[in-house]
Ligand binder design. Structure first.
Ligand code: NAP
Length: 299
């Protein structure tokens, strides 16, 4: 339980609603900043303005998945007001307070570092990334279905990278009956691919492997689908780039060559905000209970 603890939420989208629900059910005092236009307000939570006075009473400060931008702006789909987190606000937090965000840009990292406040980046956790790979995979398959005129079954599909997203995607494509080639760079990933019934190849050979590809899913956050690779791909191929912005594809050259290449960020929040919110809520409530709860919790 979080009885007597004060949790403040600044901004967010539908995913944050699941986290708010969890905190209320754990009996925390909940303050909401940037949620005035919420269609069904939470009974038990209070709408507040951002201020050092409020933050001085906060044990946990919960930011949206993307944290802040490089000027301290915090996005909220539930307000028309501009929300900005300043150094003054951060310095007002008590020393034991913890800030949670999905990921943090350098502005937020610096703010926390200078105020010696602990920052937890949830999307960097392995468990969250693995759970999140499920709605990501579903969103990627949805896009593949929307943007091709063939079935995934029987297609020549390629996945670049065998990390958290890559594994989930390869397994699902394989289960749907696609021929799945996977681009990797570690011997252990070659072995895992073989064990999964996939067709591994070294990323150094990428340009020589794309000649018969229908679908290419990139999960590598580096420019790997270069002009040299695109030149060898069929015009009919569809590329779905899942890697974080700016992605791993030379989009300008793909367009020039007439290959459909789509950058597909934030799929969990788009295709399954409720599930994506639950993933965060479950992890965050476990962390909060462990850190601040009266009884502690399982790991
Ligand atoms: P991950 O577990 O770290 O996997 C990344 C994979 O890329 C690993 O297999 C890694 O190989 C490989 N890799 C990295 N740099 C490489 C390079 N220069 N050359 C060759 N291989 C390289 O990450 P993840 O959790 O799967 O996420 C993958 C990407 O998707 C990230 O950018 C993440 O932010 C993004 N993402 C997007 C969505 C969405 O909705 N679009 C959702 C979740 C995640 P090694 O193991 O050999 O390093």
């Amino acid at each position: 339980m979080l009885t007597g603890k004060h949790v403040a939420f600044i901004g967010g989208d539908a995913r944050q609603l699941e986290v708010i629900k969890s905190c209320l059910s754990l009996d925390a005092k909940v303050s909401l900043i940037g949620f005035e236009n919420l269609q069904s307000p939470f009974s038990g939570a209070t709408n507040r303005e951002i201020s050092p006075e409020l933050l001085a009473t906060v044990d946990m400060l919960i930011l949206p998945i993307l944290g802040t931008d490089e000027e301290g702006h915090v996005d909220s789909i539930f307000t028309t007001k501009t929300l900005v987190l300043t150094e003054r606000d951060m310095r007002a937090l008590p020393p034991h307070a913890v800030v949670y965000a999905g990921i943090a840009k350098s502005y937020l990292k610096n703010l926390c570092e200078e105020a010696t406040i602990r920052l937890v980046e949830l999307l960097k956790r392995d468990d969250v990334a693995i759970y999140n790979s499920i709605p990501t995979m579903e969103g990627a398959l949805m896009m593949a279905i929307q943007h091709t005129n063939i079935t995934i079954h029987g297609s020549n599909s390629m996945v670049l990278g065998l990390g958290r997203v890559g594994v989930t995607l390869c397994r699902s494509l394989h289960a749907l009956g696609a021929q799945v080639k996977v681009g990797v760079r570690k011997p252990a990933h070659v072995a895992r691919s073989v064990e999964m019934g996939l067709l591994p190849f070294s990323m150094e050979e990428l340009a020589n492997e794309v000649g018969d590809i229908d679908l290419l899913f990139n999960t590598i956050p580096a420019k790997v689908v270069t002009e040299a690779v695109l030149k060898k791909m069929p015009y009919s191929a569809v590329i779905i780039d899942l890697a974080s912005k700016p992605g791993g594809v030379d989009f300008a050259y793909a367009e020039k060559r007439g290959i459909k290449a789509l950058l597909a960020p934030s799929l969990p929040g788009i295709v399954a905000p409720k599930t994506a919110g639950r993933i965060l809520a479950q992890t965050m409530t476990r962390l909060l209970a462990k850190e601040f709860g009266e009884e502690g919790s399982s790991p």
